[in-house]
Design a protein around this ligand. Structure first.
Ligand SMILES: [Zn+2]
Ligand SMILES: [Zn+2]
Length: 241
């Protein structure tokens, strides 16, 4: 048995799922769910976290909506209660709410949508969840690059993967280009480009078969793997959206 660190095992296991259009998206989604669960669960009761809601810890529109759609209605209600408290405090202080007042609700909900997607290591997000996801993505990419360098079995797994979504492909290439250890990653750079192109072509073929299936001449022919190709093409192009 080879010795791997916990964060390496997570990467290994995700790459072992050969059906994922992007292993980094799978890890991102899992981490996002864990984060939202902990924000509305133990963190909402945490005396360090709770007072910062609405001030230091803000959330973009997309994450407010995701928290709203989640199953933890109690946690979300406590969060909204806290936000209303912050609003009331402001009203008491200012007597009347100014038109251009930078209220908590406004701060919470006015974070622009374009800042809600990971920005490739530039963790300047205002949204607590977005910035955590960005940090985590960066760590996952760094661990993947280290695994490539030292583990030949992982390289086989990597070459055999379905590649990455466009966002994570760009993140990965940027990290490889920034690396000072060019010697050990030059082949990773090439393989990453190869699998990205190969898998875009594979997905396009599936999508084209999906389109052809609408021709009545093909109505009785099997779908093959193309039935969910539209969703997978979206995942490939947009990542988690
Ligand atoms: Zn991705
Ligand atoms: Zn966010």
């Amino acid at each position: 048995m080879k010795k791997l660190k916990i964060e390496e095992i997570k990467i290994y296991e995700t790459f072992e799922n050969k059906l994922a259009e992007c292993p980094f998206c799978v890890m991102e989604k899992n981490y996002e769910e864990q984060l939202m669960h902990s924000i509305l669960g133990e963190r909402i009761m945490d005396i360090d976290f709770y007072p910062k809601i609405g001030n230091e810890h803000k959330f973009c529109e997309i994450h407010i909506e995701k928290l709203n759609r989640g199953s933890d209605k109690l946690g979300f209600a406590i969060m909204l209660d806290k936000i209303i408290n912050e609003e009331k405090k402001k009203l008491h202080k200012n007597k009347t709410l100014q038109k251009n007042d930078d209220s908590v609700v406004k701060k919470l909900l006015s974070l622009s949508k374009k800042t809600s997607k990971p920005l490739n290591g530039k963790a300047d997000y205002e949204c607590f969840i977005c910035s955590k996801l960005d940090e985590n993505n960066k760590d996952n990419i760094m661990v993947t690059i280290e695994l490539w360098k030292k583990d030949t079995d992982f390289r086989v797994l990597y070459k055999d993967s379905r590649g990455f979504c466009n966002n994570h492909y760009i993140n990965l290439i940027n990290e490889l280009e920034k690396s000072s250890d060019k010697k050990n990653i030059v082949d990773m750079h090439e393989v990453t480009n190869e699998i990205h192109l190969k898998n875009l072509e594979r997905l396009q073929e599936e999508l084209q078969w999906f389109i052809k299936k609408f021709d009545y001449l093909n109505a009785d022919k099997p779908w093959g793997t193309s039935k969910d190709s539209v969703q997978r093409a979206l995942q490939k192009l947009l990542g988690n959206h």
